[in-house]
Design a protein around this ligand. Structure first.
Ligand SMILES: Cc1ncc(COP(=O)(O)O)c(C=O)c1O
Length: 400
């Protein structure tokens, strides 16, 4: 009889040979418990998803209530579903007046795809500018935005007309021209290893887009919903993009994402062609109900206002000879280690000792910290104690 782990490796498609294969029993608050009863501090939030922790009771209740009334009734946009309507209305209240309309999707990569389509359709241009070492998703359109040529080669041909700029490089803004349909950029680069914008940079990107008539698309799929200490990073850096991409933490653990923009821009999906973008499950009522509860808790429990205090606590605590730098934008954090050889031992020890931390896609010198916003200072204290021990352990391995 094969074990569950063997069946997982055999029958569930894998994307690397290095799966952690943590056998989950249940999860609650900032903790994940495996089937052996071991408790882990989730210092990743499932990559910036579980900002309210796992199974927040108000989110769970909202899901139960919605399941009791209806689930799928019709493809996107055809029926009036209260959870969709209420959520969109609540979100708009928290955004600049420019934002009027939310297109619901199921994943961040779909939001990227839709933004690319809107950019082309609205401007009549096809070039897209994006930043190197950004990650916007794994479908072929979103993948075309990736800067790593070696990675893209096996999937060629991808989309033509993609131009890359270096994030934070002002000179490169000249590559945004009258041929650019849209610029897709993160407010804080996530997978590059948490690279915040230099002062004024995003405002310059905004100005350049306005100058040449290109749409500015901000991918806040990872940085959104309070993670940076503001509801959205563009609010932190005081700019208004034309299009906002949201996902991940939006659903409090349920799959949901979206594209937010003005009515005028979004209306380009209505004609020439009609049904400019369609989806069966986008804005699923159960996910929308979970999203509404998530947003309500985020605001009512004042969680965003506590982010900077928690960020500062972690930064003060993480002092160690093998730490080169801690980069952060709120609780979106990267800990860079002085030598590559230490990192795998730090990550290995931390997980072994009950703290889940993770790697970045495009930065092999740092590990990721993205604890749930509900984590208390005491919990962060206990988790970072273990991280410091992990660093002692890694350092000791190379001492004579
Ligand atoms: C900034 C950013 N954009 C887009 C995506 C893709 O989102 P999804 O995995 O939901 O398709 C991610 C996922 O990590 C992301 O971090």
């Amino acid at each position: 009889m094969p074990s569950k782990r063997e069946l997982f490796l055999q029958n569930v498609a894998q994307t690397s040979g290095l799966s952690l294969a943590l056998d989950i029993d249940h999860a609650s608050g900032m903790y994940i418990y495996d089937t052996s009863g071991k408790r882990y501090y989730d210092m990743n939030s499932g990559i910036s998803v579980s900002s309210l922790g796992h199974c927040h009771p108000r989110v769970v209740q909202a899901i139960h209530d919605q399941v009791d009334s209806y689930m799928h009734t019709m493809v996107y946009g055809e029926h009036v579903q209260s959870p969709q309507v209420s959520y969109a209305a609540e979100l708009m209240k928290l955004l600049d007046d420019h934002f009027e309309s939310l297109y619901y999707l199921m994943s961040g990569t779909e939001a990227t795809e839709l933004a690319m389509k809107i950019g082309k359709r609205y401007t009549g241009r096809y070039e897209i500018v994006c930043a190197r070492h950004a990650y916007h998703g794994s479908t072929q359109g979103a993948e075309s935005l990736r800067s790593d040529e070696d990675y893209k080669q096996p999937f060629m041909p991808l989309l033509p007309g993609i131009r890359h700029i270096d994030f934070n490089c002002i000179r490169d803004l000249g590559l945004i021209t009258e041929r650019t349909s849209c610029v897709i950029i993160e407010g804080v680069q996530g997978e590059a290893g948490v690279i915040p914008p230099i002062p004024g940079y995003l405002k310059m990107v905004r100005e350049r887009c306005s100058e040449v008539g290109a749409l500015l698309v901000m991918d806040e799929i990872q940085s959104g919903f309070g993670r940076t200490g503001h509801l959205f990073a563009h609010q932190k850096y005081d700019i208004i993009p034309d299009i906002l991409l949201i996902g991940k933490a939006m659903g409090g653990g349920m799959p949901i994402a979206g594209v937010v923009s003005s009515k005028e821009i979004m209306n380009c999906l209505i004609s020439k062609p009609v049904l400019g973008h369609i989806t069966t499950f986008g804005g699923h009522p159960v996910s929308c109900a979970a999203a509404l509860a998530t947003l309500t808790v985020l605001i009512e429990d004042n969680l965003i206002n506590q982010v900077n205090k928690k960020e500062q606590f972690i930064k003060n605590k993480l002092q160690h000879p093998i730490i080169k730098e801690v980069r952060s934008a709120g609780l979106m954090m990267a800990v860079e280690i002085t030598k590559l050889k230490y990192l795998k031992h730090v990550v290995g020890y931390a997980i072994e000792n009950g703290v889940l931390i993770d790697w970045f896609l495009f930065n092999n010198r740092s590990f990721r910290l993205a604890p749930p916003l509900i984590a208390t200072i005491e919990e962060l204290d206990a988790a970072t104690d273990i991280l410091l021990k992990a660093m002692d352990y890694a350092q000791a391995r190379y001492k004579k």
